[in-house]
Design a protein. Structure first.
Ligand SMILES: [Cu+2]
Length: 473
């Protein structure tokens, strides 16, 4: 159960300011410098308690990386941790060598070493970055940040543009990170490591300033290890304009709000309906109760925006449309986990029993009978080939399946499921949520050469077997 601590309003203003200040200086050659390091954060409303975290430039979340579609960005990562790490730029159709997957696309950055990531994002939208080495631990300790790619169509359409980075921390009463659960095979075989403290932008109660009448863009990002979240704005007409970075036709959000599986993003827009002094609650409702996670606070002043009643128009990116008539059809069957434990499976090329997989190798889940990264690619595609993937969730748990380097269409779901609305039919996504026993068909053009991971973004499931890769030649 989610026993989130509830706190009274009134907050840690000073630290909150520091956490949102950019720490980097732009220069022509190197746009950003990011250093993962040990740091401290105030995650509990009782501001006297600090949490020892790992954080980019000491901040949770890390600095917002803001760049432009079609323009090269270079980011130097200086590893100040005592552990090897990498950075993965989640959702970017990136050059394979820059994808940041330890063991597949690069060797991890050793303590004290530097690595420069250089890429030209082809798509505008809301993305994020995080380690791809022992991700289940490094992300849970605070390593994540927002990556915004600006397009040309956004200019002047929004008065405010706020990332809302949601995380689900598992903390002790004294504020320290709950260490014992990090390799809990119970958690790994169930939903993953769930937390007990919800933060937005690293704060127990985020407060974002708005002015009545303004048009505000909110970029929700679920960075939690395993928790499926659901967000809405209290008493405000809100529209969805993008999923996983890619624009969709503007769609009014129903009362259920928007469901976000781990790693998914949603861009919402609203014209602030309120008066000076009003507080608009940001609600998290995945547990079917309305938890206040933060507020939009109506400040003084007058909205200056003149086009606020016009429809929002985000330009579509150039993600290629799958050609279904020529598609190659493949199946990915997910198995294992609590209640349906593996009886056998292949691990690093060797067939073994379920008990040996679990006790010797901490492998509890499998894709097509293989636990963990296979030596051979799941499939090799010709560049430009359309791949139709039938994802069969034969487990008793939901999963959040992420494809690297590509965005895909969702063709069908056999359970309708998870409060996903019709809007998903118009989306290109990089991460898809499957309910227990659900089958989902996706399709994409394998257009980006290289070796690409495909895994469950419930990070304990990934660590315990739900990971594979494919190759585009
Ligand atoms: Cu999973």
């Amino acid at each position: 159960m989610f026993t989130r601590r509830r706190f009274l309003a009134g907050s840690s203003g000073v630290l909150a300011m520091a956490a949102s200040a950019p720490l980097f200086a732009a220069s022509e050659k190197l746009s950003y410098k990011i250093a993962p390091m040990a740091s401290k954060a105030v995650l509990l409303e009782d501001g006297g308690k600090q949490t020892a975290v790992w954080a980019y430039n000491g901040l949770v979340p890390g600095p917002v990386v803001r760049t432009k579609k079609g323009e090269e960005v270079s980011i130097e990562v200086f590893n100040q941790l005592e552990h090897p790490t990498t950075i993965h730029w989640h959702g970017i159709r990136i050059d394979n060598a820059m994808d940041g997957v330890a063991g597949l696309t690069q060797v991890p950055i050793q303590p004290g070493e530097r690595f420069v990531y250089r890429f030209t994002p082809p798509d505008a939208g809301t993305y994020w970055y995080h380690p791809h080495n022992k991700t289940w631990e490094q992300l849970a300790r605070g390593l994540y940040g927002t990556l915004i790619v600006e397009g040309d169509a956004e200019e002047g359409q929004f008065d405010r543009d706020y990332p809302i980075v949601a995380d689900d921390w598992r903390l002790e009463n004294d504020g320290s990170i709950h260490e014992a659960s990090f390799q809990s095979m119970h958690d790994w075989s169930h939903e993953g490591r769930l937390g007990n403290v919800l933060t937005l932008n690293g704060k127990p109660y985020e407060r974002l300033e708005v002015i009545a009448g303004e048009r505000v863009r909110l970029r929700f990002i679920n960075t939690s290890n395993a928790r499926i979240m659901r967000f809405s704005l209290a008493n405000q007409e809100t529209s969805l304009i993008a999923l996983d970075g890619q624009p969709i036709p503007e769609t009014k959000l129903g009362g259920d709000g928007i469901t976000l599986a781990p790693a998914q993003r949603a861009d919402l827009v609203l014209d602030i309906n309120g008066r000076e002094g009003d507080e608009i609650a940001i609600l998290e409702t995945s547990n079917n109760d309305r938890l206040v996670a933060g507020y939009l606070v109506c400040g003084q002043g007058k909205a200056t925006h003149s086009s606020a009643k016009l429809p929002v128009t985000l330009k579509n990116n150039s993600v290629p449309e799958p050609e279904l008539s020529n598609a190659r059809v493949l199946e990915l069957e997910m198995s294992g986990g609590a209640m349906r434990f593996l009886t056998s499976g292949i691990y690093k090329g060797q067939k073994m029993g379920g008990r040996e997989l679990a006790t010797k190798h901490q492998q509890l889940w499998a894709f097509n009978g293989v636990a963990g990264m296979p030596e051979q690619a799941f499939f090799s595609a010709r560049r430009g080939e359309t791949i139709k993937l039938k994802l069969l969730n034969e487990t008793a748990w939901p999963h959040s399946i992420h494809l690297h380097g590509h965005h895909f269409r969702i063709l069908s779901r056999d359970r309708g499921s998870v409060a996903m609305g019709d809007y998903e039919k118009h989306a290109f996504r990089d991460t898809v949520l499957l309910e227990r026993d659900e089958t989902v068909e996706i399709a994409f053009v394998a257009e980006n050469p290289g070796k690409w991971m495909m895994h469950c973004h419930m990070l304990e499931h990934q660590a315990a077997g739900m990971a594979t890769w494919f190759e585009v030649l």
